[in-house]
Write a protein of this length. Structure first.
Length: 270
């Protein structure tokens, strides 16, 4: 568990469900919760919030033990739009409150609409409908705009991070502002997994390549939400707490950085 600056705590490893269709999502979420996952990351854009809600309901795990995170898409930036998007997501999830609500992209070419959205998110938090509010894909200067007016500062910034994109500057900024960094595509969508250095270190620990990469994130203080639809791999991805990478191994993995994005630079996404 990792503590957020608003006092709430979340698991450092969660399950991402991007590109999992709605019908598959329900059983997958049920299975993940029964295996021991306690954080599920979805978004309105993934079109599987209904599946996430069904998966939780069918799992037998009490609602209050599960951290549910969703996001609204760029077309819903703006005060009223954000409130409407929230109502829709909460309805699809079939929940009475949400644990984490995130702005999916700042879309800066649309001006400061994300700041208007932030005011709406603060209202949702003040009304007790959301426990924690945060952002995704924000560069430091976007967060600066939010902080200028924030009653509740963002507690989390979910950004693309993996050994090919170490994001040192954004992470340092987040840390300085008590904002948890949560890595999306922590495995670079699988692209880091056949790297020879990762394989060598995996051999040294008797762990899988995925476990080495996830452990590297965790030792940097970054939360992770790897996605998998395979039962064996979701078990594997959670089993990263019984070994430690040395400082030298941490540095070796970080040296793989090539500022390579699997996704779009947030500055250009509109
Ligand atoms: P990941 O880096 O999590 O990689 C997922 C890929 O790796 C899948 O192809 C999966 O295949 C494979 N994989 C997972 N675990 C293993 C393993 N142990 N061994 C071998 N292969 C494995 O990519 P995502 O893009 O899915 O990112 C994770 C989550 O981050 C998303 O699901 C979503 O929740 C979030 N996200 C947020 C974004 C944002 O803008 N805020 C953008 C993108 C993602 P298989 O399923 O077959 O196991």
């Amino acid at each position: 568990m990792v503590k957020l600056s608003d006092g709430n705590s979340i698991p450092i490893v969660g399950l991402g469900v991007y590109k999992v269709d709605n019908a598959t999502t329900g059983p997958l979420v049920t299975q993940a919760l029964q295996i021991g996952y306690r954080l599920i990351d979805t978004a309105s854009m993934y079109q599987n919030e209904e599946g996430v809600g069904e998966g939780i309901a069918n799992s037998g795990v009490p609602r209050e033990e599960v951290i549910v995170s969703t996001k609204f898409w760029m077309d819903d930036l703006g005060y009223d739009q954000t409130l409407r998007a929230f109502d829709k997501s909460l309805g699809l999830l079939g929940l009475s409150y949400l644990d984490i609500y995130l702005i999916h992209w700042p879309a800066p070419k649309r001006g400061l609409l994300y700041v208007e959205s932030w005011k709406a998110m603060e209202r949702l938090k003040n009304e007790g409908l959301v426990k924690s509010i945060g952002v995704c894909n924000f560069h430091p200067h976007h967060i600066d705009e939010v902080l200028k007016m924030a009653e509740h500062p963002p507690v989390m910034n979910q950004i693309e991070v993996h050994p090919f994109l170490t994001q040192d500057q954004v992470i340092a900024y987040n840390t300085q502002h008590s904002i948890l960094t949560q890595a999306w595509s922590p495995l670079a969508r699988g692209q880091v997994l056949d790297n020879p250095l990762i394989s060598k270190i995996a051999g040294e620990h008797g762990k899988s390549n995925s476990q080495i990469v996830l452990r590297w994130h965790i030792q940097r203080g970054t939360a992770v939400i790897p996605k998998s639809t395979s039962r064996d791999r979701i078990i594997e991805n959670l089993n990263v707490f019984d070994f430690e990478l040395s400082e030298a191994q941490m540095l070796e993995i970080s040296s793989l950085n090539r500022n390579y994005r699997t996704g779009v630079d947030p500055e250009d996404r509109n």
